[in-house]
Ligand binder design. Structure first.
Ligand code: F6R
Length: 245
């Protein structure tokens, strides 16, 4: 596991450069993408790199980690909307090459199976970008999720509902369920980059990187992956650096 610690701008630049390099070395690569506050700066930098002519998404395929159940794709808080406004509409990715789970599918279990099959048919994920929840979740794999899990429907925990209520008008409007790639789906990616920013992630980053590998801290599973880069700003790294000093 490789760890980079820097300013927020350096984290965004490194995250974008890693993704751009992945695309340059394999133009038809498959990217696993995340939403939330953390990757916004990385997507902004990637859009800049695309506009500068440094990177083309023309042959790239993407799979997003997750989507809420029961809000329309056009809803400002849906992950379809997030990806469209933060990345897809600003780059030359082909319509049809971007995939986000359908949280409105009439049969959600069938949707999970279909999503998992599509990832496999695409040849699997080359590079998976991850954020981390304050409770250690990756995707929406909440504490206790089995490491063997594939794409599934999840009941969001109160901690995640609270953390994500900042994006919604009120706490009550946060969906209670989501479809998420599972821990096994994530671990099957050939390379994983986890990014964390801010003091609210410091404790869980410490647990995920230095603590025991346990479903109680889903991100701790990354200790078992052979090709992981962790990108931290100084605040998110503060408990790690104080233990090293
Ligand atoms: C989003 C996702 C989540 C977030 C995590 C951190 O697709 O899968 O695991 O990465 O909740 O969210 P932020 O970045 O908003 O702190």
């Amino acid at each position: 596991m490789e760890i980079f610690i820097g300013t927020e701008a350096e984290c965004d630049e490194l995250g974008a450069r890693e993704i751009a390099n992945q695309i340059k070395s394999k133009p038809d690569c498959v990217l696993g993408l995340a939403t939330g506050s953390t990757p916004e700066g990385i997507y902004r930098k990637l859009v800049e790199k695309h506009r500068n002519g440094e990177v083309s998404f023309a042959r790239v395929t993407t799979f997003n980690l997750d989507e809420y159940v029961g809000i329309p794709e056009s809803h400002e808080c849906s992950y379809h909307y997030f990806m469209d406004t933060n990345l897809f509409r600003h780059v030359d990715i082909r319509p049809g090459a971007t995939h986000v789970p359908n949280g409105n599918a009439p049969d959600l279990n069938a949707e999970c199976k279909r999503y998992e099959e599509m990832i496999a048919q695409s040849g699997g994920i080359d590079l998976q970008l991850l954020g981390i929840g304050p409770n250690g979740h990756i995707g929406f794999n909440e504490p206790g999720t089995p490491f063997e899990s594939l794409t599934h429907v999840v009941d969001l925990t109160e901690s995640t509902i609270n953390a994500n209520s900042r994006f919604f008008e009120s706490h009550d409007q946060v969906p209670r369920q989501a479809v998420t790639m599972g821990i096994k789906s994530i671990m099957q990616a050939r390379r994983i980059i986890l990014v964390a920013k801010g003091a609210s992630k410091a404790r869980v980053i410490m647990k995920a990187i230095k603590g025991p590998v346990t479903p109680k801290v889903p991100a701790s599973v990354l200790q078992l992956h052979p090709n992981v880069l962790i990108i931290l700003d100084h605040d998110a790294a503060s408990e790690l650096t104080s233990c090293i000093k």
